[in-house]
Design a binder for this molecule. Structure first.
Ligand code: SAH
Length: 248
C-alpha cells in the first residue's frame, strides 16, 4: 500500500491490536527459545550479551555500582515483563539481581519456566531464593506491587496499544521503581525510511518507529537516560533498540 497522504486518514495501526488474538497466537507457539524468538534461537546469546553490556554501562553511571568491583548481584529486586519461558530471566537477570519477578499472560510459558533445570534443579534459581512472584496477566492489567531496581520489557510492548503503553509506563514510573531504578525497553523498531508503525496480523502486535516510542515515553513522563542499538543481529531482522528510562 502506498505511503501517501491517504494513510493519515486511516485508523492508527495500534487500533488493530487485539489482546485475545495475541494470546491465542502465543498459546499456539512452542514453549522453547525457538518459539520465543520466532525461529531465530541463535540470536539469544548475542541478545543477552548486548543487554548485559548495556546494563553494565548503566550500573557504571549509577549509585547501584558495587564499589567492590564485582558487577554481579548489584541489583536487588527486578522484574521481567512479557517474560515468556524466562529466557532473559534465566540467561541474564537472575545473574545480576537478587530476585526476579515475572509478568507473563500465557500460563503454559511460566509453567515451563518453573520446570526448567536452571530454575528447579540443584543450585537453580529456586534453591538460590531468586524466584520472586509470577503474575499471569497482560501488562495493560499489571501494576507493580513493589518497587524494582529494574523493570525489563523486551519484545512484548507491541501487544499494548499506545494508550495502554503510556498508562503502563506511568504506573511503573509512579510506584514501580526504586530511587535508582530503571525501566528498560528493548524492542524492534521499524526501519528509518518507513516513518510509520506497522501492524502484524500474525501475532496482533505493532512494531513502532523509534520516533513513536520516544513520543510515548515523553507522554508517560519518562526520560531517556541511555539508548543504543543492538549490534550483530542478522540483516533481515528489524533494528532492535534498547532504551533506559527514568521518571522526569
Ligand atoms: N521477552 C521474552 C519473550 C518474548 S515473546 C524473550 O525475549 O524471550 C513475547 C511474549 O509476550 C510472549 O511470551 C507473549 O505471551 C507475551 N505477551 C503477549 N501479550 C502480552 C501482553 N499484553 N502483556 C505482556 N506480555 C504479553
Amino acid at each position: 500500500m502506498a505511503l501517501n497522504d491517504a494513510q493519515n486518514t486511516e485508523a492508527a495501526p495500534d487500533t488493530s491490536i487485539s489482546y485475545e488474538d495475541g494470546i491465542e497466537y502465543w498459546n499456539s507457539v512452542d514453549s522453547t527459545v525457538n518459539g520465543m524468538l520466532g525461529g531465530y534461537p541463535q540470536i539469544s546469546r548475542i541478545d543477552i550479551q548486548g543487554s548485559s553490556n548495556f546494563l553494565a554501562k548503566l550500573l557504571k553511571s549509577s549509585n547501584l555500582t558495587s564499589t567492590a568491583g564485582s558487577s554481579s548481584r548489584s541489583l536487588g529486586r527486578v522484574v521481567d515483563c512479557g517474560a515468556g519461558i524466562g529466557r532473559i530471566t534465566i540467561g541474564f537477570l537472575s545473574k545480576v539481581a537478587t530476585e526476579v519477578d515475572i509478568v507473563e499472560p500465557v500460563k503454559k510459558f511460566t509453567d515451563e519456566f518453573e520446570k526448567r533445570e536452571e530454575v528447579a534443579g540443584v543450585g537453580g534459581m529456586k534453591e538460590q531464593g531468586k524466584c520472586g512472584s509470577i503474575y499471569n496477566v497482560g501488562l495493560q492489567d499489571w501494576t507493580p506491587q513493589t518497587s524494582y531496581d529494574l523493570i525489563w520489557n523486551q519484545w512484548c510492548l507491541g501487544h499494548l496499544t499506545d494508550t495502554q503503553l503510556v498508562e503502563y509506563f506511568r504506573r511503573c514510573g509512579k510506584t514501580g521503581l526504586t530511587s535508582n531504578g530503571w525501566i528498560v525497553v528493548k524492542e524492534n523498531t521499524t526501519r528509518n525510511e518507513l516513518d510509520t508503525d506497522i501492524f502484524d496480523e500474525v501475532d496482533s502486535s505493532v512494531t513502532r518507529t523509534d520516533r513513536k516510542l520516544r513520543e510515548l515515553f515523553g507522554e508517560a513522563g519518562l526520560k531517556i537516560v541511555a539508548t543504543e542499538q543492538q549490534k550483530g543481529f542478522p540483516k533481515g531482522l528489524f533494528p532492535v533498540r534498547m532504551y533506559a528510562l527514568r521518571p522526569m
